[in-house]
Design a protein around this ligand. Structure first.
Ligand SMILES: [Cu+2]
Length: 216
């Protein structure tokens, strides 16, 4: 029993890691509610806005899926509500776990802001296995915004980006890391995933028991 509990605890971080928006500072973070549109359950703008550059901005994330489709949107004004209608970065695929720094953000042609304009950045990734995951950060544009502190926007080992295989928004795509087991049939995908999970737990419990046997 002890080994089974241990195995579950070991699996938990993998199942619930999702992703985190570290820079500019997110409104808040509640891992369990990240699927709630538009801002992962944080509906009220933060009183503590990050001063963010008008051009060449960067966004720092912490990735918890081995593979994710990512899109960045923005809504203008003090409280855009759910009107994240401007695309800052079209859907692409990120691979690898840990720190991930997106750079070189600039506003699309025809969108002009002045120093002091407030806006909210929405980072959207695909869920596990479907739906979207959302994190938002409230910013104030400034042409003299400071660079993020050293270490705030970095890339973990093995983190890379590739072109997305789909032009759809991430919440309309399926987590690539789970799609192989789910693709056989729509009706069978849930039970297939559950049996795969059970197999994983069983395997870990066995491994745990083996390890205990060696230690003892
Ligand atoms: Cu997740």
């Amino acid at each position: 029993m002890k080994t089974a509990l241990f195995a579950l605890a070991a699996l938990a971080p993998l199942a619930s890691a999702h992703f985190k928006l570290n820079y500019p500072a997110a409104r808040g973070f509640n891992e369990d509610n990240l699927a709630q549109f538009p801002c992962g359950s944080f509906d009220t703008p933060s009183s503590n806005r990050t001063v963010w550059p008008v051009s060449n901005g960067s966004i720092g994330l912490e990735m918890g899926h081995i593979d994710a489709n990512v899109e960045v949107l923005i809504g203008f004004g003090n409280n855009p509500g759910s009107a994240f209608n401007t695309v800052l970065r079209k859907t692409f695929t990120e691979q690898g776990l840990g720190a991930f720094c997106m750079t070189s953000f600039s506003l699309p042609e025809g969108v002009n802001v002045t120093d002091g304009t407030n806006a909210t950045i929405q980072v959207l990734t695909n869920g596990d296995p479907d739906g979207g995951l959302y994190n938002c950060a409230d910013i104030t544009f400034s042409t003299s915004a400071p660079d993020p502190d050293a270490g705030v926007c970095t890339n973990g080992t093995g983190v890379k980006t590739i072109a997305a295989t789909s032009t759809q928004q991430p919440n309309e795509t399926t987590d690539a890391s789970t799609s192989t087991s789910a693709s056989a049939s729509a009706s069978g995908s849930k039970s297939a995933a559950v049996s795969a999970l059970n197999a994983g737990i069983g395997g870990l419990a066995m491994a745990g028991a083996a390890a205990l046997a060696i230690v003892l």
